[in-house]
Structure formats: structure tokens, C-alpha cells
Design a protein. Structure first.
Length: 68
């Protein structure tokens, strides 16, 4: 299922690193982060992976936030 989330990320390089880290999370099929619009499109098997996604992104960028 694809869902769009509002996010907060500080720079384009950080957004790319977070996107790459999120793609490696079990249960995530695909992830696209647009730094300019501060949006993340997450294609995952269920919404249960959201905590894992946030944890993976925060390892790369501690200031990363997902706003539902």
C-alpha cells in the first residue's frame, strides 16, 4: 500500500540517505522522499513498519520526523 507522509528533514543529502536506509527496512517495498516538498511516499506491506522506518531514518539523520 502506498501512502504519503509529511516529513521534516534538514537537507537534500540527508533526505537521500534516509531514503536509502528506509528502502532496506523489512516490509518496505519502495520509498521516495522529496526534500523540496517535505513529503515521503512509502510503499509498504502495512502501516506497522512505520516505527521501523522512523528508527532507520533517525540512525542516519537524528532530526528526521514523520508527521501523520
Amino acid at each position: 500500500m502506498k501512502k504519503t507522509y509529511d516529513i521534516e528533514v534538514d537537507c537534500a543529502a540527508c533526505a537521500l540517505k534516509c531514503e536509502e536506509a528506509i528502502k532496506k527496512v523489512d516490509g518496505v517495498n519502495d520509498c521516495k522522499i522529496n526534500y523540496m516538498t517535505q513529503k515521503m511516499i512509502l510503499d509498504s506491506e502495512s502501516e506497522d513498519v512505520l516505527k521501523k522506518v522512523l528508527k532507520a531514518a533517525k540512525k542516519v539523520e537524528p532530526d528526521f520526523e514523520i508527521n501523520d
